[in-house]
Design a protein around this ligand. Structure first.
Ligand code: BDR
Ligand code: CA
Length: 319
């Protein structure tokens, strides 16, 4: 089993990632850390708690609250894309479910306690990870692998023409992380990998929604708003960048092509804020990341379907 911490902004595919982390036998999910991103911070915490509850694992994995805004900028969310991130479901958060230890302290403590053991899957803006780098000079070297969903490989954005959401929201944090010297930093991009390999058109999406399990029903709740939005802007299906990022860590055979790049993020310009420049070997600059260039979408879809078909007894009745 691979020891993992998921750092996330829980809505839509972040929920799917948490399900994967809780239920994939290859994953030893140690903690869930929360960062400002997709939807309001409190709502994200509720979404995370509901996700753990649907898996029947409420209270088994700690949830730590992290940065409620980017390092230097105002928070910008994606409620136009995700709605509230869980299709209007609600749950009262039981007392004690949310840890008193903050996300950055929890990340630093976990990694320092077991140097070279813990992998982090960061699928929201990189604020918490940047703060951990600033708090502990050994943090980056002590993380086994850092898997990031963010940026595009010199390609299209989604929140602006130039920028993918996670890098756009906190570009300074992304650059701190890219400069931090992580031994094994891997990036799954929006363009091309998400758009080409892990976006599932409506008939396949419907199949995932109709498996007759609590997880499948929950999946439909959390993803309906996003597929509607995406189809309205020309993206042909349900997008799964976050959960595919964790899957690539747990099942490396899903990565069909990858290469070393020097990745930097635009922080100065307003026009291209959050744009990820990915320089390949021709440019002779020292690489700082491995960028996935192609993922096995068919094999990933099969995994996702098997995950959502898993019977669970939810800890709380949500629907
Ligand atoms: C990223 O932004 C979020 O909306 C998704 O969860 C994903 O992490 C895609 O740009
Ligand atoms: Ca996310």
């Amino acid at each position: 089993m691979i020891p993992v911490i998921i750092d996330n902004d829980t809505a839509q595919d972040d929920c799917v990632t948490i399900l994967e982390g809780l239920l994939d036998p290859a994953c030893d999910l140690r903690a869930i850390t929360m960062v400002a991103g997709n939807v309001g911070f409190e709502r994200q915490v509720e979404n995370a708690a509901m996700t753990v509850a649907v898996a029947g694992k409420l209270g088994e994995v700690p949830i730590h609250l992290g940065a409620s805004k980017p390092l230097t900028r105002e928070w910008e969310g994606a409620e136009d894309v995700h709605g509230d991130g869980s299709g209007g479901l609600h749950m009262d958060i039981p007392e004690g479910l949310v840890s008193e230890v903050g996300a950055v302290d929890a990340l630093c403590a976990a990694v320092a306690a077991e140097p070279g053991v813990i992998s982090i899957v960061a699928i929201g803006p990189l604020t918490n990870i940047a703060l951990a780098v600033q708090q502990d000079p050994d943090f980056a070297v002590n993380v086994k692998s850092l898997y990031v969903m963010g940026g595009s490989n010199n390609g299209r954005g989604n929140i602006t023409p130039a920028a993918e959401f996670n890098f756009y929201v906190d570009p300074e944090a992304a650059q701190i992380v890219l400069d931090a010297g992580f031994a094994d930093l891997r990036i799954l991009t929006w363009d091309p990998v998400t758009l080409r390999d892990v976006t599932f058109p409506r008939p396949r999406y419907d199949e995932l929604c109709q498996l007759g399990t609590p997880l499948s029903r929950f999946f439909k709740h959390v993803c309906d708003a996003t597929i509607d939005y995406d189809e309205s802007v020309g993206v042909n299906g349900s997008t799964h960048p976050d959960s595919a990022t964790l899957a690539c860590l747990l099942h490396p055979e899903l990565v069909l092509e990858q290469a070393r790049y020097r990745v930097d993020v635009e922080c100065a310009s307003d026009l291209t804020r959050g744009y990820s420049v990915m320089a390949w070997d021709k440019f002779d600059c020292a690489p700082n990341a491995t960028v996935f260039e192609r993922v096995d979408g068919e094999a990933y879809y099969a995994r996702l379907k098997a995950l959502l078909a898993t019977p669970t007894t939810p800890s709380v009745e949500l629907f």
